[in-house]
Design a protein around this ligand. Structure first.
Ligand SMILES: C[S@@+](CC[C@H](N)C(=O)[O-])C[C@H]1O[C@@H](n2cnc3c(N)ncnc32)[C@H](O)[C@@H]1O
Length: 273
C-alpha cells in the first residue's frame, strides 16, 4: 500500500484482496459486499444489495455538477450503478484493497468510463491528493466501521465544500451494548451510536439518522446462509475460505445483534456547515 496504515488496516486490506480474488474466480455477476436493503423479502440478495446503494444515492441528493468521493467502494459495483442511474461530474473512489482498486479501474477502462470514475489506493482517513473544499458528496456504504472514525470525519469535513454532504450506510453498537465496543481495537472502530455522533458533530450538522435494522437484518442472515452454502463447495484457496468463514461467523453475530437491537444499522446524512 502506498498510503500505509495501521496493522489493523493492513489486515482488512488483505482480507478484501482475498474476497475480490474469490468474487472474480466465482465469476460473480454483481460484486457487491453489503447486507442489502430488503423490502418485500422475496428479492434476490443482489437486488437487496443494489437497493441499499440506491437508498444512499437518493439520500445524497446527487446533482449533475457534483464531484463525489466514494470511500470503501468494494469492487466499485456501486459506482458503476451510480453512473448508470445519475448524472454527476466525477467520482473518485478510495479503497485500501489493491486488488479491488485494480479491478474497478480495469472495469472503468473496459466500459469507457475512465473520464467519469477513477479509483485510488488509499485510506478514507487520508483521502490523499484531494484538495480542501473541492468535493460535493462523500459516500460510505457499509464500511465506516472499519475506519478510524475521528480522523475520517475530520478529513471528510476538510475536503467537502460548505453545504456538502456525507452519506453513510453505517453499522454501530447500540448504546446499551457499549461494553462490547471497548473490547478490542476493531470493535472500538465500530463505535456506539452516541460516541460516533459526538465525533462527527465536531465537524458536521446531523441532517438525518434513519434506523434501517428491519431492512438490513434479512440480508445479513442471507449472507450467512450463502457463505456457509457456497464456500465449502467452491474451489477457493485455504486463505480465501478462512476469510469467508470468518465473515460468515461475524455476519451471524451482526444478524443476531440487529435482531436484539444490540447493533444498529443507520442511514446517516451529515452536512458541512
Ligand atoms: C463491507 S465492504 C463494502 C463494499 C461496498 N461499499 C459495498 O457495499 O459493496 C468494505 C470496504 O471498505 C474498504 N475499506 C476498509 N477500510 C478502509 C479504509 N480505511 N479506507 C478505505 N477503504 C476501506 C474495504 O477494502 C472494502 O472494500
Amino acid at each position: 500500500m502506498t498510503d500505509a496504515g495501521s496493522s489493523l488496516t493492513r489486515t482488512i486490506a488483505r482480507q478484501y484482496d482475498l474476497f475480490q480474488t474469490s468474487l472474480e474466480s466465482l465469476h460473480k455477476d454483481r460484486k457487491f459486499l453489503n447486507y442489502g436493503y430488503s423490502v418485500s423479502g422475496t428479492e434476490t440478495f443482489e437486488a437487496r444489495q443494489q437497493r441499499l446503494c440506491l437508498e444512499v444515492f437518493q439520500a445524497a441528493e446527487i446533482g449533475k455538477d457534483d464531484v463525489i468521493i466514494d470511500v470503501g467502494f468494494g469492487s466499485g459495483e456501486q459506482d458503476f450503478l451510480l453512473s448508470n442511474a445519475y448524472e454527476f461530474r466525477h467520482l473518485m473512489g478510495f479503497n485500501i484493497s489493491e486488488r479491488q482498486v485494480r479491478y474497478a479501474n480495469e472495469r472503468a477502462i473496459r466500459e469507457n468510463l475512465i473520464h467519469k470514475l477513477s479509483f485510488r489506493l488509499g485510506e478514507a482517513e487520508r483521502l490523499s491528493g484531494v484538495e480542501g473544499s473541492s468535493v460535493d458528496r462523500v459516500l460510505a456504504i457499509e464500511c465506516a466501521f472499519y475506519f478510524d472514525r475521528p480522523r475520517f470525519y475530520e478529513r471528510a469535513a476538510q475536503v467537502l465544500k460548505p453545504g456538502g454532504l456525507v452519506v453513510l450506510a453505517d453499522i454501530a453498537f447500540a448504546d446499551r451494548a457499549s461494553f462490547l465496543a471497548r473490547r478490542a481495537e476493531d470493535l472500538r472502530r465500530v463505535g456506539t451510536q452516541s460516541s460516533n455522533r459526538a465525533a462527527w458533530e465536531k465537524h458536521f450538522r446531523t441532517r438525518s439518522v434513519r434506523g434501517i435494522n428491519e431492512h438490513t437484518r434479512p440480508g445479513a442472515q442471507m449472507a450467512v446462509w450463502q457463505i456457509f452454502e457456497t464456500v465449502p463447495r467452491s474451489r477457493l484457496s485455504a486463505a480465501e475460505r478462512r476469510e469467508w468463514m470468518k465473515m460468515g461467523f461475524y455476519s451471524q453475530l451482526v444478524a443476531l445483534g440487529l435482531q436484539v437491537s444490540f447493533i444498529q444499522y443507520d442511514l446517516i446524512v451529515l452536512q458541512k456547515v
